[in-house]
Structures are given as C-alpha cells and as structure tokens.
Design a protein around this ligand. Structure first.
Ligand SMILES: Nc1ncnc2c1ncn2[C@@H]1O[C@H](COP(=O)(O)OP(=O)(O)O)[C@@H](O)[C@H]1O
Ligand SMILES: [Mg+2]
Length: 361
C-alpha cells in the first residue's frame, strides 16, 4: 500500500501558478526523488505535503489518512501529519545544543522529560551523534549539522521523511558519502522518503523512483533506469546524462540528415519525413575505433581536452560536430572512426524549429 498518495496539486504563489497538477505516490522502505531545475516547484511540493503550504486544488493522503482535500476542505495541521522535514538550510537553532535542537519539537508537543531523554538519546545514538550532544551548531562540521537536522526530523518517528536538497551544503566528497548513508538509513528505518534535488546524479543514485519535474508538472515518473534509458520526451532525454546532440531533418527510414551527413536513428515520437528533428545520444554510447569498418563514421579530431578521468574529443564529420570520450590523448587533425548505435540515437521533434516541416525531398 502506498503511504503517500498525492493527487493533482495546484498551488499559486503571488502571480505564479507554481504547481500545475502534481500527482505522486510513495511507499514505505522506498525513496522517491523529486528532480528538476531550480524554480520548477520541488520545494513547493514538499511544503504542501508537510502542510506548510495550502494548495488550491488536490488531495494528499498520508498513511491512509486524508491530510488535505480541497473538495471538502479537509486540512490536517503540520504537526499532526506524521511527517519529518529536513530543510535545505538545516535551520538549526544556533543558541541551542545538539540535544536541545533535537528535543525542542518534542517539548513543544508536551512530551515528558524521561520520554524526551530516551527518544532523543536513541535517535542521536542511531545517527552517530551521541558524543556531540552538548555541542552547539557552530562547533559542528557541515556533515554533522546535517545529521542533527535529520535527527530532529526523525525523533518524532514520522512515517514520511521529506528532505529538501539534503546534500547541497556538503562538499563533493562528503556528498558522495552522504548519498550512501542516507539511503541506508531510510531503508533501515523502513519509512517512506521524498528527496528533492536538482542534481541528476544524486536522484539516480539515491532513489528507487524518480519524478522529473518541469514548470510545476511531473514530466516522467519511473525508476532511475527507465528515465535514463527510456526518456519520455526530449526534455527528459536532455536533462539526464552527458549528451551529443544533432540538429537535422528526418529522412527516410528514421535517419537524421544534414547538408552533407546522414545518420540512422530511432524516432521516439511520431515524426514526419522532412520534419526538423533533434538527435540525442548519450556520450558513453559513442564507440571509437582507429580504423574504418562497417557502419563506422570517419571523423577528424578538432580538439582533445583533458578532464582528469577521461579525455574529451571534439570531432567533425563534414559539417557535423560531435563529442566523444576516450582514455588517451589523440593528436589534433588525426582521424577516428565512430560507431553511433542506431537504437540509442533517439530522434525527437525539434521544438526550436517546429515550423520547419517541409515535404520530404
Ligand atoms: N512566496 C512566493 N511568492 C511568489 N513566488 C514564489 C514564492 N515562493 C516560490 N515562488 C516561485 O515559485 C517557483 C517554484 O519555487 P520552488 O518550489 O521553491 O522551486 P524549486 O524548489 O524547484 O527550486 C519559483 O519560480 C519561485 O520563484
Ligand atoms: Mg527548492
């Protein structure tokens, strides 16, 4: 059974129609990532789930209970929703110790002293913070502050944990570690978690299910593999991965053609011959070889850039510009042969040249 069911949320903030019909479901022991560019409405979804925003339309069920329903005015206040919220900024109180930061909400709710001591102690222990309980936030590292923020959300034993960009304040090394332990923690606790992020690597690695958003709507909802391998449209295809893009015209038999080049591709939506199309290919799918062969494309190396763990080649096949990755330096002006697997060269209508439909030659 889904522990979180969200249907058709609409929310206006000021003049902006920020959420335009968001629906989602999440289950216990699973992590859902809300992914999308800055400003697409991710935080507004989380705040609506937590009861910090009141949508104009839609319905939210948490643990089988209706928390919000616009049609009959049902509204459960934030503290009664069984939700833990980890804010992007952590929002720790600077003049309270770690213990007091975590205990504060329990005190507000009138919990007894012994109960608070036991619950806070247990949660601090669980997150490896027991030895820091008398410290103040400014005496903690960024990673420790984040753990305190998560502790504070978990101390209520929520059935749903909401985390807004939980890794964005950590430096790169800590971030990779944190992806791992946050995922482990949620699986161990067996709760339902929704993580907001604008970072595709984070969403793909942490979540069991990813919802990619654009301007207040979910454009695709699926497993990380589905979004990466089976993107629903050009926006999803381009948002994920490192891509090589081709702009051309749809030829016969699903080819994409330019003035002096032609590549076999796979249309991913209904397209008409002669239509302006974009080809998208994940950079790691470009095969390289130093000799010609069946179906290989000759290309000249225009530049070779060192990126630490790989080299990036800038290539030209007639007027077509391409990028590929390799493990060694290659000389400028040298020749390489590329294999561009047809099944992975996805073709979509070119939104910038929608009117460019002309009869096939
Ligand atoms: N209080 C507000 N008044 C008007 N617009 C707002 C307000 N809060 C957020 N917005 C706008 O709503 C949009 C979505 O915001 P938000 O949910 O914070 O996006 P995200 O978390 O995806 O970056 C943004 O364009 C933002 O400028
Ligand atoms: Mg946000």
């Amino acid at each position: 059974m889904a522990d979180l069911v969200v249907r058709d949320l609409h929310k206006t903030l000021g003049q902006a129609h920020v959420l335009r019909g968001v629906s989602m479901a999440a289950e216990r022991g699973r992590i859902v990532a809300l992914l999308g560019p800055s400003g697409c409405g991710k935080t507004t979804v989380l705040r609506s789930l937590a009861g910090l925003e009141r949508p104009e339309r839609g319905r939210i069920e948490i643990g089988g209970q209706v928390a919000f329903d616009a049609t009959d005015g049902t509204w459960v206040p934030p503290e009664k929703r069984g939700i833990g919220f980890v804010f992007q900024s952590y929002a720790l109180w600077p003049h309270r110790t770690v213990f007091e930061n975590v205990a504060f909400g329990l005190r507000l709710r009138g919990a007894g002293k012994a109960d608070i001591e036991a619950r806070v102690g247990r949660t601090l222990q669980q997150l490896g913070l027991a030895h820091l309980r008398e410290r103040y936030p400014d005496q903690l590292s960024g990673g420790q502050q984040q753990r305190v923020a998560i502790c504070r959300a978990l101390v209520y034993e929520p059935s749903v944990l909401l985390l807004d960009e939980p890794l964005s304040n950590l430096d790169a090394k800590l971030r990779e570690e944190a992806r791992f332990w946050i995922r482990q923690l949620i699986l161990e606790l067996g709760i339902c978690a929704v993580i907001v992020t604008h970072d595709q690597g984070e969403a793909l690695s942490v979540a069991d299910r990813v919802l990619l958003m654009r301007s207040g709507v979910v454009v695709q909802d699926g497993s990380p593999g589905e979004l990466y391998e089976e993107p629903a449209d050009l926006y999803v295809a381009e948002f994920l991965g490192t891509n090589v893009l081709f702009h051309g015209t749809l030829g016969a038999d699903g080819t994409i053609e330019g003035p002096d080049w032609r590549l076999p591709g796979t249309p991913r939506e209904p397209l008409a011959p002669g239509q302006a199309v974009v080809g998208v290919l994940r950079a790691e799918r470009v095969g390289l070889s130093d000799e010609p062969g069946e179906g290989r494309l000759a290309a000249e190396v225009e530049a070779c850039l060192y990126l630490g763990d790989h080299w990036e080649y800038r290539l030209a096949h007639h007027s077509l510009k391409l990028r590929a990755r390799g493990s060694a330096r290659v000389a400028q002006g040298s020749r390489l042969w590329l294999s561009l697997p047809r099944a992975h060269l996805w073709l979509f209508a070119d939104p910038a040249r929608k009117d460019a439909l002309r009869p096939a030659a």
